[in-house]
Design a protein around this ligand. Sequence first.
Ligand SMILES: Cc1cc2nc3c(=O)[nH]c(=O)nc-3n(C[C@H](O)[C@H](O)[C@H](O)COP(=O)(O)O)c2cc1C
Length: 453
Amino acid sequence: MPILAELPRLLAATAVVGGYAGLCLAILLRARHAASLQVPGSGGGGGVVLIAYASQTGFAEQLARDSAQALRSAGVAAELCELGRLDATRLSAVERALFIVSTCGEGDPPDNGALFARRVITSTAALQGLHYGLLALGDSSYTRFCGFGRMLDDWLIGNGARPMFDRIEVDQASDAALCQWQHALGHLAGTADLPDWRAPGFDSWWIRTRTCLNPGSAGAPTFHLELEPADGAPLPLWEAGDLVQVLAPGDPQRPREYSIASIPADGRLHLLVRQQRDASGRLGIASGWLTDAAALDEPIALRLRPHRNFRLGDNHTRPLILIGNGTGLAGLRAHLRARARTGDGRNWLIFGERNAAHDCYYRNELEDWLARDLIVRADFAFSRDQAERLYVQHRLIKAAATVREWVTGGAAIYVCGNAVGMATEVDAALGQILGDEFRDRLLAEGRYRRDVY
Ligand SMILES: Cc1cc2nc3c(=O)[nH]c(=O)nc-3n(C[C@H](O)[C@H](O)[C@H](O)COP(=O)(O)O)c2cc1C
């Protein structure tokens, strides 16, 4: 066909394509304009971005660290801060902030956000100059999903702060929401090219030893497990207080977390796992896998999770009051094993379970530590060994004068085990013994730390 005959169609097609390209460009420019309006100083040219986090078991904290790293790698200055250390005056002077907060308890703030929730959110602040982004972590199986993140968001908006983008809610570490967050960070940094900082993959481990510690117990069987990296891979490092995440085959939920009961110097990673069953008697997916279904030479998908909130940190030379129940002894044992190596500070253990005859896990080890004065005092609350129920909080109250003496003498308090029942009751007992204000100050200063679930 002669080219001249085609000319009108070619011109029309060029016009359509050109128009479409123009439209795309206009949308892009508009979007960039909008983004730069909402994100002051985007593209790395602005001042410091404050990244405030509140995290109970370390996930929000890890995301805060990753976010800071991502911004810095794009040339944007970022400053990390625990939410509990912020006050309204400081916040009102900030231009750009990211909040990364989880929810614990029943819609409550994590321990390192509690002071902010109590002191700052309950009053007003002049936040008209603040532009912020908010990542709320939670689990939609709880009634008050992302309760604290939502409360914080409402307070920020109510006090004049302007969101740079809609609050992003993460349900059980969902990848989609985290991608959204990373995208928002990219906008803030003015690049679509941020390094990938998704959680590290799982490694293969083998269970080397699996021993039931409470045969004949009225409670569920509880196992001591020792694991090593598969195929002779080197043992990674962790600190007393850290957790692991285990991914059981076919688990529709996200990984399950367990407190580590040993230190790297032990040569193996120890876990204390209670075998769970549902109402119909079926074994729990993760605990059943670890304590029953997994063969000793079968690979276990596991990764370490730093839990800075429950590490010794600045408390390493302080006396420790270690309080826990059930499998919470795991986290306390890791601290005691670390103290046995370093010889730092005095230790007081307050531990609760059902019956002394069956449920005193690691009895020989505890007796040995008592004999060697690594543990200078131990109080056991075996709840069913007498007519009335006796729990760790009762032991604590009975020893109130000594608790006060230890704490005013500089001791730190570590609590590991059940959130509902044990940790809430211990918290109330500490309030009764020390006064709520002093207890809250210990919490804010990291002298009262909890690994509760
Ligand atoms: C004891 C406990 C209580 C929790 N309560 C809530 C809750 O009320 N609402 C919610 O959305 N998520 C709740 N969660 C889920 C956490 O917010 C979620 O696991 C989050 O990823 C933890 O982040 P973190 O490690 O930074 O604390 C709870 C988790 C635990 C262990």
